[in-house]
Design a protein around this ligand. Structure first.
Ligand SMILES: Nc1nc2c(c(=O)[nH]1)N[C@H]1C(S)=C(S)[C@@H](COP(=O)(O)O)O[C@H]1N2
Ligand SMILES: [Mo]
Length: 223
């Protein structure tokens, strides 16, 4: 157990859950919370859904632009997963509803040269994931959380959920998928965070740990 995580646990925050039954699902250096912290750069975007689009481009035979209605008319999937933020909170059994990435993929002609995906989100947020990592049955373009539409702060109208990577890869307010031949770092990946970001391998940083306090979510907004 990392000292910092130990310290956070010892703070006995009302939000921290200790449940031995969940132990094997908690990545190293994380603590469980019942709360849902809100973390992002910049302002919460506001949208006119009449003009909102999700654009698919790059290594595809044809670019595609989806409106919200089109996405809602695709097969809808519900799923439950644990989520893990690099600032050391994890949340068990979160439930989401939306469209699986692979169901969107089945509508596209992606070139065989496409190996990586850049997820584009408002405001100018980017995060990169290997295409292979997006094919699983928990990779979702989610519009609902816990049976209700996403709140604006948690990414309404649409956010990505990539449960097996640190939560910064789960971009809120997504607006585009760019299929790429070569990998390219996104926002956090260019700012000292790990390119791959697997919580069970503790892939937090690309080099030396950052000055960012790793319990900074404790003082943040949540619901
Ligand atoms: N568009 C956008 N998406 C984003 C971010 C952001 O700054 N902008 N922050 C990421 C980070 S670091 C985290 S931990 C999660 C937080 O999601 P939440 O606020 O729903 O907990 O959103 C991710 N998605
Ligand atoms: Mo984060």
């Amino acid at each position: 157990m990392h000292n910092k995580a130990e310290r956070i646990k010892n703070m006995k925050l009302p939000s921290v859950i200790t449940d031995p039954a969940l132990d094997h699902r908690l990545p190293p250096g994380q603590v469980w919370t019942e709360r849902f912290p809100i973390l992002h750069e910049g302002e919460v975007p506001q949208y006119d859904m009449a003009v909102w689009t999700l654009r698919v481009f790059g290594e595809v035979e044809e670019e595609r632009v989806f409106n919200y209605e089109e996405l809602l008319s695709l097969p809808q999937t519900k799923m439950k997963c644990d989520i893990h933020c690099v600032t050391r909170w994890s949340k068990p059994d979160t439930t989401w509803e939306g469209v699986l990435f692979r169901d969107v993929l089945s509508l596209l002609k992606v070139k065989p040269t496409a190996k990586h995906v850049m997820i584009h989100a408002d405001h100018d947020y980017e995060t990169n994931v290997p295409l292979e990592d997006l094919l699983g049955d928990q990779i979702m373009l989610a519009h609902s959380y816990d049976g209700k539409p996403l709140t604006p702060k948690h990414g309404w109208p649409l956010r990505l959920i990539v449960p097996h990577l640190y939560f910064w890869k789960s971009a809120k307010w997504i607006r585009g998928f760019e299929f790429m031949k070569e990998d390219r770092p996104g926002f956090w990946e260019s700012n000292g965070f790990h390119n791959v970001a697997e919580p069970f391998r503790e892939e937090r940083f690309s080099g030396e740990p950052l000055p960012l306090p790793e319990d900074e979510w404790v003082g943040k907004d949540f619901d």
